[in-house]
Design a protein around this ligand. Sequence first.
Ligand code: API
Length: 298
Amino acid sequence: MSSHQTGLRFVKGHGTQNDFVVLADPAAELALDTEMVAALCDRQRGIGADGLLRVARTGALVERGVLAALPDGVAADDWFMDYRNGDGSIAEMCGNGVRVFAHFVRATGLTATDAFTVGSRAGARPVIIHHFDDVHAEVTVEMGVARLDGTSVVRIGDDVYPGAKVDVGNPHLACVVADLTADELAAVDFAAGVVIEPGDFPNGANVELLTPPVEDVDGRLYARMRVFERGVGETRSCGTGLVAATRAALDARGQDTGELRIGIPGGEVTVTIRPDGSTLRGPSMLVADGVLRPGWDR
Ligand SMILES: N[C@H](CCC[C@H](N)C(=O)O)C(=O)O
């Protein structure tokens, strides 16, 4: 997409305040590059967002060479979430993004069903839209298997936190911090620097800090989380991170399956881990529509 592109429409949306610029591009005609995506996501010079979701037919992205081939389980006419981080880098998956993506394609009439498959670089992500209107939706995403892959550590300022390496289609270090209170979690200063072990994460990683789950009045497990995302920085929520943290927290309790309600700065979601996969259920909001003005990026 070059700067002479006039009148490019966009929608601004978020899932538990993990926010995105949504670009409808069914035929994958936009030449998205790192610089343009970073400019669009820049909160001062552009629209501002944690990431960008391009909405395109999977087959069109293959024809244009954006994708080398159809990902497993994704059909050519499935809508594909071409997700980019705020720094312009490409990531394999975005759980909050899939909810906003699904809401957008349903509310704009690009699809007429409440259950369909969203394509992603991590593979097929089936969604169910429980209810929606032009602004609000409640969506469940099948997030696939959250795979434990050993342990590592992250250094945040002078503190070192051990955690579980979890693959949710994208890489995570999920740290369930013993005895960490909600206030202590809130006081962690990510600005002091977040340093992971490059040998453990050659492609970088998203880092989650989680308080140990406790049973709430309903007997359900509850925890609080903050996240520092690869290619973005701290976000108010991270869907794949919530799944990774749940997988690690249940494993620390000796459980392979279970459910966890997690509070994040941007809201609250419920994650379910099953032997054959995981689901993330939460809200989506489409906040505004806009048009990029010619020359905005010059
Ligand atoms: N916010 C996204 C995660 C983006 C992951 C991205 N930061 C990466 O590089 O993997 C989510 O809701 O899952």
